[in-house]
Design a protein around this ligand. Structure first.
Ligand SMILES: NC(=O)C1=CN([C@@H]2O[C@H](COP(=O)(O)OP(=O)(O)OC[C@H]3O[C@@H](n4cnc5c(N)ncnc54)[C@H](O)[C@@H]3O)[C@@H](O)[C@H]2O)C=CC1
Ligand SMILES: N[C@@H](CC=O)C(=O)O
Ligand code: NA
Length: 436
């Protein structure tokens, strides 16, 4: 049978990895797909700096539109990133009846509802395994492997750059900016790296995971998002002393008739497997009612790990070319007309434990004032650690771990604590999850 003809948009970190993996493993891939997969065209703006990348057999252009409109191309692989041009190109490919593979989580999180609905009308596939947790086949695991379950919650380290930064800061005491620059050199970071450090990229991915886990539409604007740029070395050290690691997590959970969607730094007991996932590695814990806890682990970013997912999607597309579109795995795991409109909870109603760090003047009665405020708002304390006061200023750090508390109550308590004369503001608070 004739090979399937593929057009590539983007020859950067992921695009070049895709070329290398497809060419190197072409025999194995053909034996699996049942047909060859041939790269016939590619568009990129860095054609002068492709180094030794083997682009033989590919028509090269700087104009992505030329590849989309190329009559020979049957499948478009979108690896340029961004949401404006990428959306136009993907919709145009779909309108021409071409299947699409993309690694673009921003595109899927923001425009996926529109893209999937158009793809369904045209009977084409839009595959996006590389968009979440890079090389980990997490989309396939949730969408196909766990279909028998009601998924109760999932929690994941889903940004490789952020995890790399936190790990290097903790293990080697390196500076934030220095580690971020290295992540950029290694091709892990987004074009705008604030997406990584401020949690936007993780929120894109969480949007996608929540949709396929719970059967809800993609709702990026409902994700609560907090980044890692405010994490201090003190907090990392104190968390360690208390037996916890700080990880940047995306969490989606059914609770109180709604769904929590949140990305934020989180203390996790150090004995949990996920607390020990370091560097650019990602991990996603998914809890299904039948299976219980499952954990998926692997590289969340990088050239060939991400290409691994892109190529797997290409093979899926090739295998599905001859299938009836009505009988394919639905894009968002649930049938498009069976999505639920369950509400996303406000953060005030989310219940978690907290790590609090207060800087106080070491005077008699301070602790009593603080604990009274907490008790008045039904917040009970699991542990308290007071550090030695500074000899000159008599200021000391107090670290507390609370039991589970409604976030609205905690915010009220922090407001009152910060108004005490002996408390030097602001209070640092980091959510704490046991992940059991
Ligand atoms: N780098 C990584 O580890 C991962 C990246 N992704 C996603 O994959 C996509 C690509 O990321 P990278 O390969 O890292 O980006 P990159 O910046 O390394 O490569 C982008 C490529 O697209 C080309 N390009 C950009 N604008 C263009 C335009 N207007 N016309 C033609 N070509 C254009 C560039 O010349 C370059 O070849 C993004 O959506 C990113 O979020 C997903 C998972 C992991
Ligand atoms: N910038 C992203 C790339 C993969 O999605 C990350 O660091 O995880
Ligand atoms: Na993946």
């Amino acid at each position: 049978m004739e090979p399937v003809k593929v057009g590539l948009l983007g020859l950067g970190t992921v695009g070049s990895g895709t070329v290398r993996v497809l060419k190197r493993n072409s025999d194995e891939i053909t034996r699996r797909a049942g047909r060859g997969i041939e790269l016939v065209a590619a568009a990129a703006r860095n054609l002068d700096s492709l180094g030794d990348l083997d682009v033989s057999g590919m028509r090269l252009t700087e104009e992505a539109l030329e590849v989309v409109d190329d009559p020979e191309v049957q499948v478009i692989v979108e690896l340029i990133g961004g949401t404006t041009l990428a959306r136009e190109l993907v919709l145009r490919a779909i309108d021409q009846g071409k299947h699409v593979v993309t690694a673009n989580k921003a595109l899927i999180a923001l425009h996926g509802n529109e893209i999937f609905s158009r793809a369904q009308e045209r009977g084409v596939m839009v595959a996006f395994e590389a968009a979440v947790a890079g090389g980990i086949p997490i989309i396939k695991a949730i969408r196909e492997g766990l279909t028998g379950n009601r998924i109760e919650w999932l929690a994941g380290i889903i940004n490789g750059t952020g995890n790399f930064i936190l790990t290097e800061m903790r293990d080697k005491g390196r500076e934030f900016a220095d580690v971020l620059a290295e992540a950029q050199r290694l091709g892990y970071a987004e074009a705008d790296p604030t997406f990584d450090v401020e949690g936007v990229d993780a929120a894109h991915k969480l949007t996608i995971l929540a949709s396929i886990a719970f059967g809800i539409p993609l709702q990026f604007d409902r994700v609560y998002t907090e980044g890692i740029s405010g994490i201090s070395r003190d907090d990392v050290v104190y968390a360690n002393e208390l037996g916890y690691r700080i990880k940047h997590l995306g969490i989606a959970r059914r609770a109180n008739g709604g769904i929590e969607l949140r990305v934020h730094p989180t203390l996790i007991p150090e004995r949990r497997l996920i607390a020990n996932v370091d560097g650019v590695l990602n991990a996603v814990l998914v809890w299904g009612d039948a299976v219980g806890p499952t954990l998926y682990y692997g590289p969340g970013a990088g050239s060939e790990p991400t290409a691994s997912a892109v190529v797997a999607d290409l093979v899926d597309v090739v295998r599905a070319l001859t299938t009836d579109p009505e009988n394919r795995v639905p894009h968002l795991a649930f049938q498009a007309d069976a999505l639920s409109d369950v509400s996303i909870l406000s953060m005030d109603d989310v219940q978690t434990a907290f790590y609090l760090r207060l800087r106080v003047l070491d005077r008699p009665g301070v602790m009593a004032d603080i604990t009274r405020i907490l008790a008045d708002l039904d917040i009970s304390i699991e542990a308290i650690m007071q550090k030695e006061p500074d000899e000159d200023t008599q200021e000391a750090d107090v670290i507390m771990l609370t039991h589970q508390v409604r976030e609205g109550n905690l915010n009220q308590a922090i407001g009152r604590i910060e108004s005490l004369d002996s408390v030097i503001t602001p209070v640092t608070r980091i959510r704490l999850e046991n992940l059991k």
